[in-house]
Design a protein around this ligand. Structure first.
Ligand code: SF4
Length: 282
């Protein structure tokens, strides 16, 4: 038996078994990244797609994903690699790549506008050791490093990563513990702590997906924006917020896509407090 210290779940895992996220395993009384170097998705994407609006605008970034997730968002757009039955299959079938191979691939794409490596698609923090080793190497080669994350990890994990991560997009999926706990299987408190620490060392942008009937009230957006407005990026500027539109997916098909006017209205409310607010999927 071993206890994982990566996220608030603190899974107790029997030797040879996986934790809740499906990305970590207990071996010889220690928990390690089972998905280390296991690649399920690889693409050269515009950096705006991460989304990052104020970090290397107009550039491309080699984006890489593995499998597993420590949340249970019922509308996950990447359920094939996060927490569906299909995702579990990747534990057997995913290709492997070393930090050296991935960094060399990213360097080879510089002539296509690539500025670095983004760890994205599934939740990178559950396999943070691979992110750390690859990002360290990438930075030695002069590449930029980006992490797209749900921000659900203990401070010690972020402290290990932050010297090597230039920019992050962190999901701030809502602003109530009810929504995080009951719908997403997460912890708002842990995400807020993560964001507060992340802005001290990396350029951070946030994403809030507006789900009808869950987190779409003006009151909640006002509270969220007020809190985000208390934070500053390392350059002294405010934190950009991406307000995005939900579409029915995966296990949440019981409601329509968010009305575009709702997204625009909530973005307007966020702009009462924040300097940089963007809408997405509209
Ligand atoms: S990272 Fe995975 S194994 Fe570790 S505590 Fe969180 S869910 Fe459990």
């Amino acid at each position: 038996m071993a206890v994982c210290s990566v996220c608030f779940r603190h899974c107790t895992i029997k030797d040879g078994q996986l934790g809740f996220c499906g990305g970590r395993i207990a071996r010889n009384g220690r928990v390690e990244a089972f998905n280390y170097g296991r690649i399920t998705a690889l693409a050269l994407d515009p950096i705006e797609k991460k989304p990052l609006a104020r970090f290397c605008p107009g550039s491309m970034i080699l984006s890489v994903g593995s499998f597993g997730c420590n949340l249970r968002c019922p509308f996950c757009q990447n359920h094939e690699i996060s927490w569906s039955e299909q995702a579990k299959q990747y534990a057997k079938t995913a290709e492997s790549a070393s930090p050296e191979e991935l960094t060399a691939l990213a360097e080879g794409m510089r002539n296509r506008g690539n500025v670095g490596i983004a760890f994205t698609y599934n939740e990178p923090l559950i396999g943070y050791e691979f992110v750390r080793d690859t990002a360290r190497l990438a930075k030695e080669k002069g590449l930029k490093t980006v992490m797209v994350t749900n921000g659900t990890a203990e401070p010690a994990v972020l402290a290990e990563l932050s010297p090597y991560i230039d920019a992050m997009n962190v999901d701030l999926k809502g602003f109530t513990e009810r929504y995080y706990g009951k719908v997403l299987g997460g912890s708002l408190r842990q995400v807020m702590g993560f964001i507060e620490a992340a802005v001290k060392t990396s350029h951070v942008e946030l994403t809030t997906l507006i789900v009808p009937g869950e987190n779409d009230s003006e009151e909640e957006m006002r509270a969220l924006a007020k809190w985000v407005g208390t934070l500053k990026n390392p350059d002294g500027r405010g934190i950009p917020l991406h307000v995005t539109r939900f579409f029915p997916r995966f296990h949440m098909q019981d409601r329509e896509a968010t009305p575009v006017r709702t997204v625009y209205r909530l973005a307007e409310i966020a702009r009462e407090t924040l300097e940089y607010v963007y809408t997405g999927n509209c």
